[in-house]
Design a protein around this ligand. Structure first.
Ligand SMILES: Cc1ncc(COP(=O)(O)O)c(C=O)c1O
Length: 381
């Protein structure tokens, strides 16, 4: 890999924080027992690490320890929350409400259920990528089982009014699931205060390891498991527990919440510097989603997503030859299709458009942003 490449794709994934790695390390080399082995010290040590991590995560999000189920990541958590709630419901004409800019882990899960006869309502979003709570209330019926609306969007960083949505769902007696993948550790998050029934988490967006996540499931919320086997995780998710990953997830959430304000201020200032520079040098620049300087409360502090038209797009790509950014999101860029998120906010793409998503991170340096701004200035003026 090119050593001089600057990493600005922190909404796709993040590097591991050394504090997280140090917390995980003993569970690879010394305490490598299976957390289900209750006849010896290796297993008991592993089990204690899992239960301590469960408590840590629960305390940090306003939950109880037994409400945290470990999974392989947010994709699995989204599948388990939505399919699990539908499978457990006894309503005759089951209905799901979601929105147009959800991650494919939610939208594709809903599409599979729709093929099996479940009714799915996909709410639109406004040009800032925000769902209307009023539209949501109008869409709820007596057959609605679950509303799934993400906390923050992975492409355009839009932040949904999850507390208003949670209160509304509570009023109507329907489950509220939120994909909190991009919000946790970057925005305040409390399942009790926001009346959340189910929440998907993952470690690798917050400087934790890949392949580990969790689903918060409120005690009185009934879901059916998707993976059957040894009855792990109270029967909700069988499979040998990923002990180092679980320790890493807890540490990553803990560190991110501790440094939430510092990280937000730092990444926001670098993001705004980059945006000011782009705006100064690119005449055709369009900000996808909320303008972070006018509506900082509507956008993740570390995210920027812009479209340029004609030659400017190619020129900018040239200026950013040594920068790792994303063409839209890592997941949709693999298919080469126009992003469903951009389409939903009215950006239909087109041959002469170039879209770039930047994700600033805790480890992005001021010098890196200065050097990117110098390259943009040299190439575009
Ligand atoms: C909003 C959102 N949901 C779900 C996922 C999937 O997470 P994971 O990679 O842990 O399966 C991602 C990651 O791309 C995401 O950004």
């Amino acid at each position: 890999m090119e050593q001089t490449t600057i990493y600005l794709d922190n909404n796709a994934t993040t590097p591991l924080d050394e504090r997280v790695f140090n917390a995980m390390k003993p569970y690879f080399f010394e305490c490598y027992g299976n957390a289900a082995s209750n006849t010896h010290v290796f297993g008991m040590t592993a089990k204690k690490a899992v239960e301590d991590s469960r408590k840590t995560i629960a305390n940090l999000i306003g939950a109880k320890a037994e409400e945290i189920i470990f999974t392989s990541g947010a994709t699995e958590s989204d599948n388990l929350a939505i399919t699990g709630a539908i499978d457990a419901s006894s309503k005759p004409n089951k209905h799901i409400i979601t929105c147009a800019i959800e991650h494919k882990a939610v939208l594709d899960t809903c599409a599979v259920l729709e093929k099996k006869g479940v009714k799915v309502t996909v709410l639109p979003v406004d040009s800032n990528g925000i769902v209307s709570v009023e539209h949501l209330e109008n869409a709820i019926t007596d057959q609605t089982v679950i509303v799934s609306i993400m906390h923050a969007n992975n492409e355009i960083g839009s932040i949904q009014p999850i507390s208003d949505i949670g209160k509304l769902c509570k009023k109507h007696g329907v489950y509220f699931h939120t994909d909190a993948t991009q919000g946790i550790g970057k925005l305040p998050f409390n399942v009790e205060e926001s009346c959340i029934d189910l929440a998907s988490l993952t470690a690798h967006k917050i400087y934790g390891p890949k392949g580990i996540g969790a689903l918060y499931v409120r005690n009185d919320c009934k879901i059916s498991p998707l993976i059957h086997g040894g009855g792990h995780e109270s029967g909700m998710r069988s499979g040998t527990l990923n002990v180092p990953g679980i320790v890493g997830l807890a540490k990553a959430i803990e560190v991110s919440i501790e440094s939430l304000n510092d990280d937000a201020d730092y990444t926001m200032s670098l993001r705004n510097q980059l945006l000011d520079c782009l705006e100064h040098h690119c005449k055709t620049l369009l900000i996808n989603g909320a303008d972070p300087r006018l509506h900082p409360q509507l956008r993740l502090p570390n995210n920027l997503n812009v479209t340029l038209y004609g030659d400017e797009g190619e020129l900018l790509s040239g200026a950013l030859w040594n920068v790792a950014y994303s063409a839209s999101s890592a997941c949709t860029s693999a298919t080469g299709k126009q992003s469903h998120v951009l389409s939903a906010i009215g950006n239909m793409g087109g041959k002469d458009s170039t879209t770039l998503r930047f994700g600033i991170g805790r480890f992005t340096t001021q010098a890196e942003i200065n050097s990117i701004c110098d390259s943009i200035r040299d190439m575009m003026s």
